[in-house]
Design a binder for this molecule. Structure first.
Ligand code: PLP
Length: 489
């Protein structure tokens, strides 16, 4: 493809994306939020073999409409209320486009100094915008880095913590069975357990600390577990506290967990994958009071900060622990800047060697929206969630089952006595998702099925939240009689 051909087809692709976004906003009903295809449908629409000859670009674009679009669940749809949001935006896509066009590898400072220095700078900006501690800034002992995912960040945090806890010994002889322990709650994201497996600790290293009625980790229970393990000769490595758990957005109390971690010399990692970016609004920072105790912290701009996947913001207070665990310098990567110790080489801050220029999209987003635009984005969704929770709380057909400090509301529909509530709730969920106007997901709270309404798609407005509420009520009324009748039979 020549530059001129790229210009022409590039414009066509940008038009295609702009048309898609316009359609999501102006005619969302024409696209069911959840894909309606069956397993195998997408592959069946594709030729068995790769093309022998190149094809006109128009054929590729036509297949985007014919094959890809029907097989999509539309995460940017204003009726998307599932999981957590996965925002994208114009400046983010354009930043990614520039990154793709430049095609540079930012593994070492010398391989593209702008990739490293822009990332350091943007991460310092973001640390300030989120009110994170001074120790996380590149000007102090720590620093920030863009990772591919919070799962990856959780693993990297664990490796750094292991390095510190073992005083570097894991570099030489790995981990010894039954030596190290990791502390989570039953609400911690599964990626932390995966990280323990990958790190070679095994699931037996995991200690599941009790939670309170609001599903937050109990500091007293953590202290008791740590005491018991130390007395038995284990070495506690890391406590993973969550700000905004995946299931219900429960908040582990950092201000109380921090001193416990310090007493036992254990690394405090804060997983704020979804919720962390809300701190861009100062009035929401109280949720993570005590964050200054954290040794490391992760939050995803690719969930709720108008930046497309992948853009995990990860900070450490002591970058030496991280680079101590991960740095390795084969001869072919040696260069004067690295040898002089004058630069940051981000390959020493992550699992992979190669890395994309992800800071560009963050930079574009920050410059387009400004801090004020990002605050408005988050505040609008939080306000909508509070309204929805208010409607549900005053309706006898629903219970709001967990605190909703941000933009996720967990609802349990009420059903008549004798009705299998979980079956009825899941039937309601399927009915709503099959309808195509909205998409919700579920969780369990106290062992019972609960509907999660996660507000956060960039195009979602009050009208869409009113609509999901109307559909919930209507669906409930529709099913309540059927299920009550079934229960009587
Ligand atoms: N941690 C928490 C608390 C999450 O909610 C999630 C995903 O929702 C993750 C980690 C994993 O995030 P990622 O998809 O960036 O790996």
């Amino acid at each position: 493809m020549t530059p001129e051909q790229f210009r022409q087809h590039g414009h066509e692709v940008v038009d295609w994306i702009a048309d898609y976004w316009a359609r999501l906003q102006q005619d969302p009903g024409s696209l069911p939020v959840r894909s309606q295809v069956s397993p195998g449908d997408v592959r069946a629409a594709l030729p068995a073999q790769a093309p022998e000859q190149g094809e006109p670009f128009a054929a590729v674009l036509a297949d985007l409409d014919r094959v890809v679009l029907p097989g999509l669940t539309h995460w940017q749809h204003p009726g998307f209320f599932g999981y957590f949001p996965a925002n994208t935006s114009g400046p983010s896509v354009l930043g990614d486009l520039v990154s793709a066009g430049l095609g540079v590898q930012g593994m070492s400072w010398v391989t593209s100094p702008a990739a490293t220095e822009l990332e350091q700078h943007v991460m310092d900006w973001l640390a300030e915008l989120l009110g994170l501690p001074e120790s996380f800034r590149s000007t102090g002992t720590g620093g920030g880095v863009v990772q591919d995912s919070s799962s990856g960040a959780n693993l990297v945090a664990l490796l750094a913590a292991l390095h510190r806890a073992s005083k570097g010994a894991t570099l030489r002889h790995g981990v010894l069975p039954e030596e190290y322990t990791v502390y989570v709650s039953a609400q911690t994201h599964s990626s932390m357990e995966k990280a323990a497996r990958i790190a070679g600790l095994g699931t037996e290293s995991i200690r599941v600390v009790e939670v309170d009625d609001e599903l937050a980790m109990r500091p007293g229970a953590l202290a008791a577990r740590l005491e018991r393990d130390v007395a038995r000769g284990f070495t506690p490595v890391l406590v993973c506290a969550t700000v905004g758990t995946t299931s219900t957005t429960a908040i582990d109390p950092l201000a109380e967990l921090g001193p416990v971690c310090q007493r036992f010399g254990v690394w405090l990692h804060v997983d704020a994958a979804y919720a962390g970016v809300s701190a861009v609004a100062p009035e929401l920072r109280a949720l993570q009071a005590g964050v200054e105790w954290a040794d490391s912290y992760t939050t995803d701009a690719h969930k709720w900060l108008l930046t497309g996947f992948d853009a995990t913001l990860f900070w450490v207070a002591d970058r030496a622990a991280l680079t101590g665990a991960l740095s390795i310098l084969p001869e072919y990567l040696r260069n004067a800047a690295t040898d002089a110790g004058a630069v940051v080489d981000y390959r020493d801050w992550q699992i992979e060697l190669g890395r994309r220029f992800r800071a560009l999209k963050l930079w574009f987003v920050l410059r387009w929206y400004g801090a004020e635009g990002l605050r408005e984005h988050v505040r609008a969704h939080v306000a909508l969630a509070q309204e929805l929770a208010g409607w549900a709380a005053s309706d006898e057909r629903f219970d709001v089952v967990a605190p909703h400090p941000l933009s996720l509301v967990c609802l349990r529909p009420r059903w008549a006595d004798g009705v299998d509530a979980d079956v009825a709730t899941m039937t309601l969920l399927e009915r709503l998702n099959d309808g195509g106007e909205v998409f919700l997901t579920h969780t369990t709270v106290g062992g019972a099925a609960v509907l999660r309404v996660a507000i956060g798609a960039p195009a979602t407005t009050r009208a869409h939240v009113e609509r999901v509420w109307a559909l919930l009520v209507e669906g409930h009324d529709w099913l309540a009689n059927d299920f009550a009748e079934l229960a009587r039979e």
